[in-house]
Structure formats: C-alpha cells, structure tokens
Design a binder for this molecule. Sequence first.
Ligand SMILES: Cc1ncc(COP(=O)(O)O)c(C=O)c1O
Length: 401
Amino acid sequence: MNFSVDNPLSRRMAVLAQRVSEMREHDFYFYNQPIQEVLGGSKVIVNGREMGMYASYSYLGLVGHPRINAAAKRAIDRYGTGTHGVRTLAGSLGIHTELEETISEFKHAEAAITYTSGYVTNLTVISTLMSRGDYVLSDKLNHASIVDGCMMSGAEFRRFKHNDMQDLENRLQQIPSDVTKLVIADAVFSMDGDIIDLPNMVALCRKYGAYLMMDEAHSVGVLGKTGRGIEEYYDMWGSVDIKMGTLSKTIPSVGGYVAGKKELIEYLRHGSRAYIFSAALAPGQAAAANEAFKVILDEPWRLEKLNQNTVQFINGLKGMGFDTMLTETAIVPVLCGADERAYALTQTCQRNDVFVLPVVSPAVPEGQSRLRATVLASHETSEIQRAMDVIGAAGKEIGII
Ligand SMILES: Cc1ncc(COP(=O)(O)O)c(C=O)c1O
C-alpha cells in the first residue's frame, strides 16, 4: 500500500510534510535536535557547539551523577541489560522490589508499583481504576498522558478550568453523589511551572467524596523541604490517594510509578494491563532510579541551589520585561506570542550557545507560544546571568520586550 494514494491519511501526511519543510526553509525546525555529548550537569554539545542547557528536566542536575551511574553499572553486571519479560510470567527481580520500597518510603506511602514510562503509568492506572459510569475530573492543563488515560477509561470525562477550584466545585456539584469520582491534576504544570492549589482541592475532594490523584512528574525533587513533592510542600501528608510520578525527570532514568495504600497497589499489580502485559523496567534503569531517590536525600544542597537558581532566573527575566506567567518553579515559560516569535527567539539563543527549545500550539494555546526554559541545580550563578543576557538581547531584537 502506497502512502501517495489519495486518502485522508495521505492528505494529513502531506499537510505535515509541507509544514516541516517550511520550517526547515526558515531554519526554524527544532524537532529532535541532536545532542552529541552531555558535559556535566548543565552543558551539552549540539551541532558541534558547547551550549548551556536550559531545556532539561534534570532539575537537580543528577544526569551523569557518579553514584547513580555506578549503581546502574552494578545492576547490569548482576542482572544483565534486560528483564526476562513480564514480571508475572518471568519472575520479578530484586531490584524492582527494592525500587518500589524506596519509592514508597520516599513518598510516605504504604506501597508502590513501577511501570516502564510515566506516560504508560497514567494510561494504565487511570484506565484500570476508572470505568464506564464513573466520573473523572481533570485540570485543563494536565499532561497528555492523563487526558489519554481518562479517555481510555470509558468514564465520563470532565475538564475544569486551570487551577480554578470554583470551577472544580461547580463541576463536582453537577455529578450524582453516589458515583465513583476521581480528581486529577499535575502537581507542577509542565508548560507553565505553576503549582496546584492542593489545600482547596483536597477540601473539595473530601466534601464531594472524590479520590485524588496527583501527577508529580515535575514536583519530585523540586517541591518540599527535602524534595519529596507536593504533600511535603503544603505539609499535607496523607492527603493524596494516588501519588503518581515519573523516573525520567529529576530521577535520571526512565519509568513511572504510583505510590499509595496497600490495597490500591495490590489492585494495580493484579489488574493494570501495562503491568501484566508489558515487560518490567530494565535493571540498569531501576537501579539508577533507586539510587537517585537516595542521592536527593543525601545531597540537600542540590535543592537549595535549585531554589536559588529558580529565584534568580524568574526575577531576572521578569525584571527585563518578559512574561513568565505564574511560574514559581524551575520550569520558566518565556512567553513569546505567535509561533514565529518563539522560533526566532530559540534560533537567536542557540546561535549564542544557549540551548532552549520552543513550545508552540497545539501543545499550548494559540498565541501563547513560548520558550519552555528550565533552570537546574547544576547551573552556576554566572552561567544563568549569561543565559539571561542572551535571552534579553534576543527578546529586544525580536520585539518581545
Ligand atoms: C506531567 C507529566 N506527566 C507524565 C509525563 C510522562 O512521563 P514520561 O516522559 O516519563 O513518560 C510527563 C512527561 O513529559 C509529564 O510532564
């Protein structure tokens, strides 16, 4: 079958190909940029040039940490690079159990379960817990994996306005009182960097008898006195029923998890399809993640430095006149407006060795294209200043500030 045959699929492919080729023509094509080398925690080599890394999710700068690398190597020497298959059919490795114990302790939970990615975790967990006749209420800016999990579940899917507790309450009031309800939100929003209003959300969940799930992809290692996330940040331990997170951001590995009560984890272990029908995390990844949770607690200076760097970066950019929206975290949106302005700002920054990437519609609402810049614990104060000087000069040239 040929993709040049005229049908709806080939037409959609042609539209995309045309868009990509136009972006390439203007040197605005930043998709999948090749990183040749990672130098320490804050620099990368891209297109043969050393650049400051301002597009990373490795907020505490743990990628390449010697203790974490060593743990991964030991696990590979002991178990090999792969699992034998699905844990239920091929046996469960010691490192998986160890990692799940580490996570449950870190998250002050009774138990935890791991999956091979954060995306898969949201899909499988939401669709296992929710089903036809149930209701799921999701923040409008929640990650795509949450949206996909909600749709896959077959439950009634309602979105409430971003971080708007009045709107959430209005929607909860419209739902019959005797049905199963789940409220879900990112703890830190991946494109805007703002923090969910957990206290009011918990109060509403209790008032209307809804379960609460938090996606902690961007809050673990970042929020709270010791980096344990959203419940520590608000000093509200025990308020989240389903504590979901990824192992691919602050934790420099890949995978996802849910922590919570024993009966929840037991149910997921026996009922979630991504656990039963998909192979477990590779041993090296599991060991790296396991060690990373320990490093976060053993090296508290990283979180202190991240907090300092975050304040420097946000205040500096705001001071120059940039709109950084409501961020309070290491994810710092630099609002540009139209897509072309975000591309132009990215291009100028990269030409001046500051590695940032644009986020354009439909990933964010039209007219709200931006750099999704991030600051890391491994950045030096002087490096951040230089990056801001570059972003500022480029912003002026393009007319953003
Ligand atoms: C909020 C949120 N949830 C889930 C995911 C998916 O995680 P992973 O990349 O580990 O699959 C992401 C990834 O970007 C995310 O930002």
